[in-house]
Design a protein around this ligand. Structure first.
Ligand code: PRX
Length: 650
């Protein structure tokens, strides 16, 4: 192993591990040599009503078509619930831990079955059919899981929208997939504060209605019993509706390639894209990665701290674990409420064995001090995971040394909304670890580095990360816009899926993700298109132009740095700065709040009018010495002005 710090697999990690290094190497080689045989075998890990005879049928050129197990017939909710009932009907499927530490409950597989069936029957009663889109805008409560599974039971396509998004953002997502049924709650609860979900939904439905999409039904879970508006023709209480229908519902027969869900994600241009995942391949991949990446053994208690509004929540709170008959913990709250010990208190309380979180949380807790960790036991822990953004080696070391007390492997899992499941990751019993590296590809995954011209880079190299072969969990299209799918992912480098990430491969073949190479920034593990924040800023009537870039942020990984040019005659004041931040929060949601706003009389542009973001990024990073070539700028003096303003601010 080369220069970097290496943590070898410890004997205890290997002892009962599902995969050791020899198995990894053999399975990986098999998966590449003969994908049909490999995935034909592992495709059977889920139950099929009608077995598949075809395995892989994918092309990354021309019209781009991706199909897996295409003649098989199955159902996701059947696989996540029904097939476990005989053996583990009374086993806990979901442990729910509320925002308030005294609030928790356990839901068995039998109970999960009944709740999902009842809700599925409510959906049916109101006319929701196979292929219809249902929007889910929920806090982290078990009903969010029931809602997703109920959709899959009847073949409806769910679109979960993160509860932190604004009414405008929710409306955009409702309109894009023409969804006429919304499931929400009166309010969410996070860190002791109420989130007005129903009120936001009401506003979003108004906006969507003006754009021609009329939401006919809103099902409302009573979470806080806070005051909400009520529209008798449209709104219904979840508890009333589910009480008056039958407790069982036959799972719909779904073809492997029938759509399962849409999840909107930000790209470098335009509106968020509706990433579409389908039924069979997604579930095979989510369940297989969940089992092997986390070395999940029967009886383990597994906790992923993500929100179900993100892909991590879809694949690794819900579908992967439940398909494996696991006990999965769902947490409503935040890492620092009521104290910075909360994560570890919950670990002890529920005897969590596998814990999966994001670097931003690790960094924040690291900042709160070791005492919050040390006063807890954490003896139950066996595997730690990280996801969402590059983990800096300092945070990795802290996670390893302080949280894991040097005894627990960390799986740094690299993947994307588009990939459906983890693509590059260590396996706990197989992979020597290097802090900051996502290490090696999962079975069937073929990463490739290319330079900007598309030349393939071999050996140790730094380049753009592509994947050359399809894997079952891959997204199939952008909902309603296949051309955009081809353009976004398959046009930069012909015949390859381009991830948008930069990456280094070291001499040991380990992959180190260096971050996005496009105009996407990663704020606290949340993906944000700079174009989205810019269009929110320019929609304010005092703003004439805006350019947004990411800059390094101690806790968030990246912060949002906005350069704003005001309309002629408008004065740049502190109040206006606050007003603009509030405006972006209203347009997109709190996760898009600009961390810094620099008022700029002009922005650096090429003679053809293109904003030179490279320069803006450097200025935001205070890296004035290496601005590169500025000679192509229409007005080079603009740059001096920006630097001067930036320096004066300090
Ligand atoms: O830049 C990569 C980063 O997050 C992006 C994907 O974001 P999203 O679709 O929101 O999914 C996040 C959860 C899977 C990637 O393009 N990213 C994700 N995981 C890692 C990462 N960067 C480095 N290391 C990771 N482990």
């Amino acid at each position: 192993m080369s220069d970097e710090k290496v943590y070898r697999v410890q004997p205890a990690w290997k002892k009962n591990a599902l995969i050791d290094n020899d198995t990894y190497l053999k399975w990986y080689a098999d998966s590449i040599k003969n994908p049909d045989k490999f995935w034909g075998k592992h495709g059977k890990r889920i139950d099929w009503f009608k077995p598949f005879t075809k395995v892989k049928n994918a092309s990354f050129t021309g019209k781009v078509s991706i199909k897996w197990f295409e003649d098989g017939v199955t159902n996701v909710s059947y696989n996540c619930i029904d097939r476990h009932l005989k053996k583990r009907g009374d086993q806990t499927a979901i442990i729910w831990e509320g925002d308030n530490p005294y609030d928790d409950k356990k839901i068995t597989y039998n109970e999960l079955h009944e709740r999902v069936c009842r809700l599925a029957n409510v959906l049916k009663k109101h006319g929701v059919k196979k292929g219809d889109r249902v929007t889910i805008y929920m806090p982290m409560i078990p009903e969010a899981a029931y809602a997703m599974l109920a959709c899959t039971r009847i073949g409806a396509i769910h679109s979960v929208v993160f509860g932190g998004f604004s009414p405008d953002a929710l409306a955009g997502r409702i309109v894009d997939c023409e969804s006429t049924f919304v499931i929400t709650a009166d309010e969410g609860l996070r860190g002791g504060k109420a989130v007005p979900l129903k009120e936001n939904t009401d506003k979003a439905i108004d906006i969507a209605g003006r754009q021609g999409v009329i939401v006919k039904n809103v099902l409302v879970v009573r979470r806080t019993a806070g005051k909400i508006a009520w529209f008798a023709n449209r709104d219904r209480w979840y508890h009333e509706e589910t009480a008056s229908v039958k407790p069982d519902c036959k799972p719909e027969k779904m073809k492997a390639e029938d759509p399962l869900f849409i999840l909107y994600t930000s790209g470098s241009t335009g509106k968020p894209k509706g990433v579409l995942h389908t039924t069979g391949g997604y579930l095979v991949y989510a369940s297989m990665t969940h089992q092997y990446v986390f070395d999940y053994h029967d009886g383990d208690v597994y906790w992923c701290t993500a929100d179900v509004g993100w892909v991590t929540g879809h694949s690794y709170i819900l579908y992967g674990p439940l398909a494996n008959g696991a006990t999965t913990l769902m947490f409503e709250g935040v890492p620092n409420y009521p104290s910075a010990s909360r994560f570890w208190d919950v670990v002890d309380k529920h005897q969590v064995n596998i814990f999966y979180t994001a670097p931003t949380a690790i960094r924040a807790l690291m900042g709160a001090g070791d005492d919050h960790v040390k006063k807890t036991s954490r003896k139950s822990l066996r595997v730690l995971g990280s996801v969402g953004e590059p983990i800096n080696p300092e945070a990795w070391e802290w996670y390893f040394n302080v949280v894991g007390e040097k005894k627990i492997p960390i799986v740094d899992t690299w993947w994307q909304t588009e990939t459906g499941g983890i693509l590059i990751t260590p396996l706990p019993g197989a992979t020597d670890l290097k802090p900051g590296s996502a290490t090696r590809p999962f079975f069937g995954v073929v990463p490739q580095l290319v330079d900007n011209e598309g030349k393939v880079l071999e050996g140790a190299a730094d380049g753009n990360l592509c994947i050359t072969e399809s894997w079952p969990g891959q997204m199939r299209t952008v909902y309603g816009d296949h051309e955009r799918f081809i353009q976004t992912y398959f046009s930069n480098y012909k015949g390859k899926y381009f991830t948008g990430d930069g990456c280094r491969r070291d001499a040991d073949g380990y992959f180190w993700i260096t971050g996005r190479v496009d105009d996407v920034i990663n704020v606290s593990g949340h993906r944000m298109g700079t174009a989205e924040v810019e269009s929110a800023l320019v929609s304010h009537d005092k703003v004439s132009e805006a350019a947004v870039v990411g800059y390094p942020h101690d806790i968030k990984g990246q912060g949002i740095y906005s350069y704003v040019t005001l309309m002629a005659g408008v004065e740049a004041t502190e109040d206006l700065r606050k007003e603009l931040v509030a405006h972006v929060r209203k347009e997109i949601g709190p996760i898009a709040s600009p961390d810094k706003i620099q008022f700029a009389p002009g922005l650096p542009k090429t003679r053809s009018g293109k904003i030179m973001r490279r320069i803006l990024r450097k200025i935001a990073e205070d890296d004035f010495g290496s601005l590169g070539d500025t000679s192509t700028l229409a007005d080079p003096a603009v740059v001096d002005d920006l630097i001067e303003h930036r320096q004066n601010k300090k």
